[in-house]
Each structure stands twice: as C-alpha cells, then as structure tokens.
Design a protein around this ligand. Structure first.
Ligand SMILES: CC(=O)N[C@@H]([C@@H](O)[C@H](O)[C@H](O)CO)[C@@H](O)CC(=O)C(=O)O
Length: 303
C-alpha cells in the first residue's frame, strides 16, 4: 500500500459545537476548510481532541459525515472509532468506510483494565469489520493501557495494521515500534512537545492535538526536519513548547483555551463539553497573549 498520503502534519480534529453545545455542521466544515487552507496533510477525526468519549454514536457519526462532505478527496481522513463497546466501534468503522475514509484508528478499550488478549481481540474485530487499513492508537496516559512490544508484534502480523499513533511520552517507544515494523509502516508521533525528536528517532509523520491551534508552526517544523535543518527544528520546537505550556496554563481545559484561540484566529468552533471546563474570567484575556506568541513565532520562522 502507498503510505505517502499518511505522511505529513495531521491535526487531531476538535469537536465543533454551536452555542448551545450541540455538534455543529457549519462549524465543523469551517474548521475543515480552515485547516485545508493552512496546508495540512489530513485530519484525525473523533479522537481525544474530538472529545469522543463525551459524544454519543449519532453525534460521532454526524462529525464523520460533515468532515467527509467538506474535505474528502482533498485531505487524508482517518476516523477514530474507539468507543466503550466493540459494537459501537464497529458501527462507527462501517460508517467511516461508507463515507470514504482512508483509514480507521482506535484507542484500546477504556474503563475496565483488560488483558492484552482482550485488547487485541477488540482491535481485530474493528479491523475485520471493514476493508479499511487500521492505525493502532497507543495513549497510556489517558487509557491506562501501555502497548507492549510483544503485543505490538502480534498485532502487526495482521496486514491491515499499517501504523501506530504513539502518544506515550518516551520517544524510545517510537524508535522500538519503527524498528519492529520496518519501512512499510507508519509511526505517527503523538506528543506535540517532542515532534522534532519523534521524527528524528523514527516517526514518519505526526498526529497532534495542538496542531490545529498553530498549523503554520508544525508545518514549518516538519519542513526543517525533512530538509535536515536541525538547528532551526530545535528552535521552533522550543517555541512550540512555550506555546503548549501557555495553552495548558489557564483555568479551563487546554481544548477550551485552543477553541478561544481559534476564535481569535478567525474560526469559531464553540467551546468544550463538560466535564471539560471552559476558560473563564480574567484568563480569557490571556488567550490574546497566546495568540501573539503564535503570531510572533510565525513571523520569526516565516510561513
Ligand atoms: C494526551 C494527548 O491528548 N495527546 C495528544 C497530544 O497531541 C497533546 O494534545 C499535545 O502533545 C499537548 O500536550 C495527542 O497525542 C492525541 C490527540 O490529540 C487526539 O487523539 O486527539
């Protein structure tokens, strides 16, 4: 399979709500068009940034549909279909296939601590439900499940597995997954704070939750890495990290800060859904300062 379409900057897509907190078609499409115009490679739809665990099946299907209607054929589309039950995940997977998505992906099962055998069975049942390729999603800090190398090796025996989105913090995990799976396989860097190091140690591409807040900077970081300009890659990563720390420093959840920031950048996707908390009071004024940090960095590196 030609994996080129998965290589590049792939923002994790945010849940887009109207002012009443319902999934919004128009705002979903606005964010798609905004990111397309910025030049990203694809979208990872309905993952952590998509607030998937706070949405019901119909809402998740609606988002998959609105995104496909807006940018199918223009961007690589990966549907995150991880859900509390296998049944729901399979329903989402089949729907994503109908809509023409390029690949599926899923977190491991949540809430119950299940053995490797159950996790592998869950992922395999999703894979077997469609003809689409599958990208494993390893994110131990939120799911409590840390994908081991033996479990990974077992999973990649299935040729439908074309990649892993690795959000665990040790960059060495990326190196080990890449070493085990080889060239004909995509390892996605998950932690945006180490995009550059993830790429240098073996990641082929990146999917991230802060990319949509500052796509220009991630695209530039990728340009520096792929052209071998490691001094500038290191510098831009430092600026990206200052921005991520600022995004996490306000009184609401990071996604809420990012959504306020996006309003200032010209695209309104509403706010977050509880139990995530919105940014309030004085802290709302600080979002402007974060926008200025991004603007300054864009000017500094040129894009
Ligand atoms: C734990 C977590 O949310 N990790 C994010 C990161 O991109 C994260 O937002 C970023 O590194 C800032 O900490 C991604 O790996 C996952 C993600 O964005 C998604 O699935 O939507």
């Amino acid at each position: 399979m030609n994996l080129e379409k998965f290589k590049g900057i792939i923002p994790a897509f945010y849940a887009c709500y109207d002012d009443a907190g319902e999934v919004s078609e128009i705002r979903t499409k606005d964010l798609c068009n905004y990111l397309y115009e910025k030049g990203v490679k694809g979208l990872y739809v309905g993952g952590s940034s998509g607030e998937c665990i706070y949405q019901n099946l119909e809402e998740r299907k609606a988002t998959l549909k609105y995104v496909a209607e807006a940018v199918k054929g223009k961007l690589t589309l990966i549907a995150h279909v991880g859900a509390p039950s296998t049944r729901e995940s399979v329903a989402l997977a089949k729907y994503a296939e109908e809509l023409g998505y390029d690949a599926l992906s899923a977190i491991p099962p949540i809430y119950f601590k299940l053995p490797d055998s159950s996790v592998i069975k869950y992922w395999t049942e999703i894979m077997e439900s469609t003809k689409l390729p599958f990208i494993i999603y390893n994110i131990p800090q939120t799911t409590g499940y840390n994908l081991s190398l033996p479990a990974f090796k077992k999973l990649i025996e299935n040729k439908k597995v074309i990649g892993v989105k690795n959000s665990s913090m040790p960059v060495m995990d990326i190196e080990r997954f890449k070493a085990a799976a080889g060239e004909d396989f995509i390892v996605f860097n998950g932690p945006d704070e180490q995009y550059v190091s993830g790429r240098v140690i073996g990641a082929d591409s990146g999917i991230g939750g802060t990319y949509a807040a500052m796509p220009e900077l991630l695209l530039k970081a990728e340009e520096f890495v792929s052209s071998g300009n490691f001094e500038q890659a290191k510098n831009i990563q430092r600026d990206i990290n200052d921005i991520i720390i600022a995004l996490c420093s306000l009184n609401g959840h990071m996604y809420s800060t990012i959504k306020e920031l996006l309003k200032l950048r010209g695209v309104n996707v509403g706010s977050v859904r509880g139990p995530l908390e919105p940014v309030t009071g004085e802290d709302l004024n600080k979002v402007e300062e974060i926008k200025n940090m991004i603007d300054q960095a864009i000017l500094k590196y040129g894009r």
